[in-house]
Design a protein. Structure first.
Length: 229
């Protein structure tokens, strides 16, 4: 099987969202004299965000604001709703994984590269500028009017590839948001398992790598094998 386009989830795959989100909470809470541990913030976030995204569609800025309030409640932080926009404000500063740019530049020499992300267009634009690599196209929640693991992002990606899903390889860190729906749709996917997590149920990724360098290496090795056949 040959692909001409690789799509990526952004936050968690290209960008260290856990570091960005936890630091945003730590900084905002410190203004109220509170101190949180990163692990507690991320644990609460994993519980709250999927519930918020599963509701009626709304812009991601609103999702982040409601999620911030929900996480704050779990952490016993009486966050003023008027301050709940701190997460969206912090998003352009979330750190990019060290291997991201070099790996994308390697892949871009052979493939179209795209992003499928649960975010608003303007927020993603800020992140892409930080990454420093030009993508051929992207699909956001704002465009799809839904949030992964709903199928909207993936169906739109297939549409942009002239209805030919065999052209697409999707690479992502999230089992829930990306691996499960790609399996349901029969799309080729690579699990970028940065955290060394155990595989869950409901998905069958084609391959597993530890980071984007591993993805680029695997694709180069695969190309060599195909060429030698």
């Amino acid at each position: 099987m040959t692909w001409d386009t690789i799509s990526f989830d952004c936050y968690g795959t290209l960008v260290d969202w856990e570091a960005g989100i936890s630091q945003a909470f730590i900084d905002a809470a410190s203004q109220d004299g509170l101190k949180f541990e990163r692990e507690a913030v991320i644990h609460a976030y994993h519980i709250v965000e999927p519930i918020v995204e599963a509701g009626p569609f709304r812009p991601y800025r609103e999702v982040l604001a409601e999620t911030a309030l929900g996480v704050a409640e779990k952490l016993d932080w009486p966050l003023d709703p008027q301050r709940s926009g701190f997460l969206a404000e912090s998003l352009p500063d979330w750190p990019v994984f060290e291997d991201t740019r070099a790996a994308l530049e390697r892949l871009k020499s052979r493939f179209q590269i795209a992003i499928l992300s649960n975010v608003d267009d303007d927020l993603l634009a800020g992140t892409i500028a930080r990454i420093g690599v030009e993508f051929d196209w992207f699909v956001t929640a704002q465009q799809a009017r839904s949030y992964k693991p709903a199928r909207g992002h993936f169906l739109e990606a297939i549409r942009r590839l002239e209805g030919r899903p065999e052209r697409l390889l999707h690479a992502a860190q999230s089992w829930f948001h990306d691996m499960c729906p790609t399996t349901e749709l029969g799309l080729a996917a690579v699990w970028v398992n940065r955290g060394g997590d155990a595989a869950g149920d409901g998905a069958r990724p084609l391959h597993v790598v530890g980071d984007l360098t591993g993805l680029a290496d695997w694709l180069e090795a695969r190309k060599k094998v195909i060429r030698e056949k």
